[in-house]
Design a protein around this ligand. Structure first.
Ligand code: ADP
Ligand code: TRP
Length: 331
């Protein structure tokens, strides 16, 4: 039997190139050898997104993004978290096995408390219970589907460790393997994709290259990449330049060697390097963008795909909940 790979993306903003190379592409690679279950973590997004129109459209955007990037819903079980009520049933059961101290130590919650403490204000200001218990909901997402591996970025590894801890507490209590203990997979070769300013590309830094921007916007965005004040004539070092780091994601080694040599020999200005980058990004992304636009032009079909995914997911989820209830004496 094939092993199971599961991951979710929280629909909290427009997808960018960092999401594509850091999350979507590696997950789709894994789907070739694993039974994959990929979903839109819309209840996780609700913690921070309270505007219904915005949340609704971001959910559809992220769903269309997965499909446009190549997810085949015939092969991957693809669904919205909110379509699987068993997630919430399991969350409640897992709560009973989750030490509160484990939540106190979770990075996202700790960071929010730290900001409040630095401001000398109420330690709990702006922190809802959804943020505090976020790792339990995420553990339920994972454990519900008997996941073996969870492809994630470095920032999510602690959450997988918490899911392991919770599953192990359940198994230890009942003296048998009621729940499968998942493992994180962090794609080492996918380095952090740099943003326009050289920091990690992230919607929180406002430095992103959107995945589906129209050609004109894409060009304008790439032209905004921050560079140093070296003149056209000066030789440049490609290894310390985010234009080159981004170029590498879209090209083969021959193209990379050729641009690197133009950097080193001098005579190429930053504007020209950006034009080269725009050319390769646009060539590679335009078919993805076209697929995305076609999917977004037919929302009923998109909803249907997600609904069919949920239909396939629910029996698997129900079996896990049933097994747990039986072990717990609630059947
Ligand atoms: P953002 O930082 O823009 O808020 P998210 O935290 O929503 O992005 O990330 C969703 C997924 O994309 C995660 O798996 C994350 O590891 C991955 N990801 C986000 N930004 C990058 C990046 N710059 N490089 C590599 N992977 C990234
Ligand atoms: N917390 C993840 C993120 O912010 C999204 C997520 C929710 C997830 N549930 C998950 C990822 C289950 C992997 C498995 O990126």
């Amino acid at each position: 039997m094939k092993k199971i790979s599961l991951t979710g993306i929280k629909p909290t903003g427009d997808l960018h190139i960092g999401n594509y190379f850091g999350a979507i592409k590696p997950a789709l690679e894994l789907a070739k050898e694993y039974d994959a279950r990929y979903f839109i973590a819309d209840y996780h997004a609700l913690n921070s997104m309270k505007n219904p129109a915005e949340l609704g459209s971001t959910i559809r955007h992220v769903a269309a993004g997965w499909l446009a990037s190549g997810l085949d819903p015939e092969k991957v079980i693809f669904y919205r978290q909110s379509s699987i009520p068993e997630v919430f049933e399991l969350t409640t059961m897992l709560m009973a096995f989750t030490a509160k101290g484990l939540m106190n130590r979770a990075h996202a919650y700790k960071a929010a408390v730290q900001i409040n403490t630095e401001k000398d204000g109420d330690m709990d200001a702006g922190i809802n219970m959804g943020l505090f218990t976020y790792p339990v909901l995420m553990a339920a997402d994972i454990i519900l589907f008997d996941s073996d591996v969870v492809p994630v970025g470095m920032d999510q590894v602690q959450h997988i460790e918490i899911a392991q801890d919770i599953a192990q507490s359940v198994n230890a209590n009942y003296g048998k393997q009621v729940l499968k203990v998942p493992q994180a997979i962090v794609q080492e070769e996918v380095a952090v994709v740099p943003g326009l300013d050289g920091r990690k590309m992230s919607k929180s830094y406002n430095n992103v290259i959107p995945l589906f921007a129209p050609e004109k916007t894409l060009r304008k965005t790439i032209m905004r990449i921050v560079t140093n004040s070296q003149s056209v004539q000066e030789p440049k070092n490609p290894e310390v330049c985010q234009i080159f780091q981004l170029y590498k994601l879209f090209t083969d080694t021959d193209e990379q060697a050729s641009l690197a040599s133009r950097y080193r020999s001098g005579g190429m200005g930053w504007g020209e390097a950006k034009e080269e980058l725009f050319r390769v990004v646009n060539t590679r992304l335009s078919p993805v963008r076209e697929r995305y636009n076609a999917i977004m032009a037919d929302i009923p079909s998109l909803e249907k795909i997600l609904e069919q995914g949920a239909q396939k997911a629910r029996p698997i989820a129900a079996a896990t909940v049933k097994r747990f209830r039986k072990a717990a004496g609630i059947d």
